[in-house]
Every structure is written in C-alpha cells, then in structure tokens.
Unconditional design. Structure first.
Length: 470
C-alpha cells in the first residue's frame, strides 16, 4: 500500500518554543520513519519522545530518525529556537530503512510467531544520538579494570567505605580506627560547626581548587552592576578631586566659600564699574575720579590768596575776618590751611598727589573708574629632588616676594612632595613640617618674603615642582 506521511502543526510562542504532536498510531499498526521540520532555523534544537520516553534529538530543518511507534505510543517533538509567532509543520515519513522494520503504515498481526530479525547494527550516515541508553548494562564474561596510577588524583578511584549496611565516615556512623596504640572513635565534629569540622581539599581531578593558580569560579548571573550601600564606607585611596559628569545636586553646600590661593578675575566691562566704598592701596600712576555730589577737601594754605580785592597783610601778625562768600582767582600754586569743609565743583579729571597714611576710604562718584594695574614679568622656576629624603632649595638666588609664593607638584610625580623651610622633611605621618602636594596639586599662596627661604623634600628621587613669585 502507499506510504502516507503524517503531519503535526504548531506555532512557536513568544520564546520561540513549540511542541509538535503526531496522530495516534492505529491499533495493530507499527509506524516507522524519519522526521523533519521544514523551514526551521539552523539553530533550532528539539527532543523526540514516544509517550514521554526520550528517543533522541533533532536540529534545524534536518532529517532525523527513524523513530518507531506502535499503537500504545504517541510521537511528539519539543523544539526551541524557532521564530516567535511563526507556524511550522513537522513531517513524519518513511525512509529507505522503514520497510526493513515493517510496512508503513500497513497493519501487522497482533501475534507474532517464530523468530523476528531486526537488522542490528543499522547502517548510519552521520551522527547518532542515543538518548534512552541505560546507565547500567549487563556484562557477561571476564572484565579487566585499570585502577590507574598509584598516587595520581586524575586517575584514582573513589572508594566508599561501609560496614555492609551503612556508609562509614558520617556523623551517624563515624570511622573507628584500631592499632597497636590506643584505639577509639574518630569524631568528625558537629554538623555545621566550623570549629569542629574537618578540612576538605576540593580538586577538579587534577588540581586543587581554591588556590591563586586555580581559583574557584563563581558565576552570578543576576548580580546588578550597581549595588546600594548603607552605613559608612571608608575609602583610603580616594583622591581629593574627582571628575564629575552630568548634574550633581549638593544639598548642604554653603552659599559662601573660603578661598585660598590666587583668584583670576575676568573683566566683563571696560572700564570697570565699582559701587560702594573702595580702599585704594599701593596704586602707582593716576586715578581718574568722576565727582558726584559735593566733595570735602582738606587744604593747607601757602602764600597769599586773592579774594576780589587786594589786602596787604603782615605774615604771621595780621588777620582778616571774612563773612559770606569770597571769590578768589588763583595764580600759581596755593597752599591753603582750611578749617572746616570746602565744597568744590569738579570740572574735568582731577590729578591728586597724596601721601597715604593709614586706610583711605574713597566714595565712588559717577561711572566709570579708570585704574592702572602694574604689570611686569613674573618670577618663576622649578626644582627637583636629587636624593630621596634630602631637602632642596627652590632657588639659590635672592628673590624678594611681594605677597608670597605658589608651589605646584608636577603631574609626572609618583609620590607626594613636601614644601616648607630649610628643615622640611619627607614625613607624611603627622610629624613633619611641610605642606603636602600630591602629583599635580598646587599650594595656596605661602607667605614667604623671599623665594630662597623655601625648600622641598620627597622620598622619591626625581620628584619635581614648579613655583611662581606673587
């Protein structure tokens, strides 16, 4: 009769899994043939069972089998790796070996008499996956076993010691040793008690596991990349300055911060507009001030004043009392001694030559103010440690300092550098006297009066700094 293929249709779920279940084998028939899943991806893999018994495996769209099922068994194929949501149709058909077992799917008699011959071994082209091979096989005849080399872990046999009923060496059944000395019972210790436990050496059959050369591998798949931390974390090697990307919210940051060192100011207007009271100290050149309102000027008189009419007064003996306003025309330089307040109206820019004594408070008039800032070539240099632990002078030349000196450790340094007077050491344990500079770090303005009084020290030869006079 004609060989009719059998079909099983299934749609892969969202994970790409599907189960193909073929029709029941009719009573009295024996079906034999290979299976294929046309269109299945090459990476698909599945298992073939007959009423729950594992028969073998299938891969991709290839042909596997043959599989044999009688009327008491149902053939099914469970496959993973299919395209999600796609419908496939598995085919169970006879191949050229099917007729060696029976006609397909022709009926067979329920009772078989005489000898039944099954061609074993079968002729196989490719790989055979035997999924239902039992672990224990009956053996007849003589069997020779090779125990392996003496003392070799990789080839040794594991031996279980029993008393005929129980396994010895457990808490319930400890191993008892006897000999010429005193006998007794070896107590392995309480279960789960580290203090009384025995040490066990773990091997992979060749090497001891848990050593630096052969560490114990732990695979944690669901461990998140970022872990929450509670409590206090002490980070000893955390640098003082950290690079930050993105936005940082600092809730306890004060509005006003102390600043040490040099602050660079970028001018936004030209000239500068200053409001409030300005104390001017140490300014060379001319300060142009625009008056606003009435000025009070203290002046000391020198010589004779002309006040609208000419008076001849004997110096030091004559005096005149003036009531009201006196109009005076100046000729030459006046030295005026004035008691009280003089109201003056400014015209143009005034040049005031004055010798400062104490602190001046200048009330700003109209904008802008013009201030001449002294300029010049800065004094700077570098110094390097020649012998570890020996202080080195920044410069042997006398270099007076107006405000102090700034010292920065070079980024190429590999250790801390300490800045201080001639007795500075390389101690960083709280007993030294130097200002510590890590690689790339800059000091504040150190209030030295001369650069030749500043020294550096470091434990590492070649550590270097750069400095600038302020």
């Amino acid at each position: 009769m004609a060989i009719v293929p059998q079909h099983a249709t299934a749609t892969a779920d969202g994970e790409g899994d599907a189960v193909f279940t073929f029709p029941d084998v009719p009573q009295g028939e024996l079906w034999c043939g290979t299976t294929t899943i046309p269109g299945a991806p090459d990476g698909a893999v599945g298992t073939v069972t007959a009423s729950g018994e594992l028969l073998g495996a299938v891969y991709g769209p290839g042909s596997y089998g043959p599989w044999i099922c009688g009327s008491s068994r149902k053939l099914a194929i469970a496959v993973s790796g299919l395209a999600a949501g796609t419908q496939y149709q598995a085919v169970w058909h006879a191949d050229d070996k099917g007729t060696a077992f029976s006609t397909y799917p022709a009926p067979i008699t329920a009772t078989v008499s005489g000898a039944v011959t099954i061609p074993v071994p079968l002729e196989v082209d490719g790989t055979v996956d035997v999924g239902n091979f039992p672990a224990t096989q009956p053996v007849s005849g003589e069997v020779t076993a090779d125990q392996g080399n003496q003392g070799t872990i990789a080839e040794s046999w594991f031996v279980e010691v029993t008393d005929g009923t129980d396994v010895l060496g457990t808490v319930a059944h400890p191993l008892v040793t006897t000999g010429s000395g005193s006998g007794g019972t070896v107590d392995q210790g309480d279960q789960g008690t580290i203090a009384e436990s025995w040490f066990v050496e773990v091997t992979d059959g060749t090497n001891v596991i848990g050593t630096p050369a052969h560490p114990l591998a732990v695979d944690v798949e669901n461990f998140p990349a970022t872990q929450p931390v509670s409590g206090t974390v002490d980070v000893g090697n955390f640098p003082a300055t950290q690079p930050v990307s993105g936005t940082v919210a600092v809730s306890n940051f004060p509005a006003t911060q102390p600043v040490s060192g040099t602050v660079a100011v970028t001018q936004s207007t030209s000239p500068w507009v200053v409001s409030g009271t300005v104390a001017v100290s140490g300014v060379a050149g001319t300060v142009a001030v625009t008056q606003s309102g009435a000025w009070t000027v203290a002046a000391t008189q020198s010589g004779a004043w002309t006040t609208g009419r000419t008076w001849v007064l004997a110096s030091g003996t004559d005096s005149v009392t003036v009531t009201g306003t006196v109009a005076a025309t100046q000729s030459g330089s006046w030295t005026v001694a004035i008691t009280g307040t003089v109201a003056a109206t400014q015209s143009g820019a005034w040049t005031v030559a004055a010798t400062q004594s104490g602190t001046w408070t200048v009330a700003q008039g109209g904008a802008p103010w013009s201030v001449n800032i002294p300029t010049g070539t800065p004094t700077q240099g570098q110094a390097k440690i020649a012998t570890g632990g020996t202080a080195v002078q920044l410069t042997s030349s006398s270099t007076p300092l107006a405000q102090g000196i700034v010292v920065q450790a070079l980024k190429a340094n590999t250790a801390a550098v300490y800045v201080g007077p001639s007795g500075v050491t390389d101690a960083g344990d709280g007993t030294g006297v130097g200002w510590e500079l890590q690689p790339g770090q800059c000091s504040p303005v150190l209030p030295y009066s001369n650069a030749d009084a500043v020294y550096i020290n470091a434990a590492t030869v070649g550590s270097a700094v750069c400095w600038a006079a302020i």
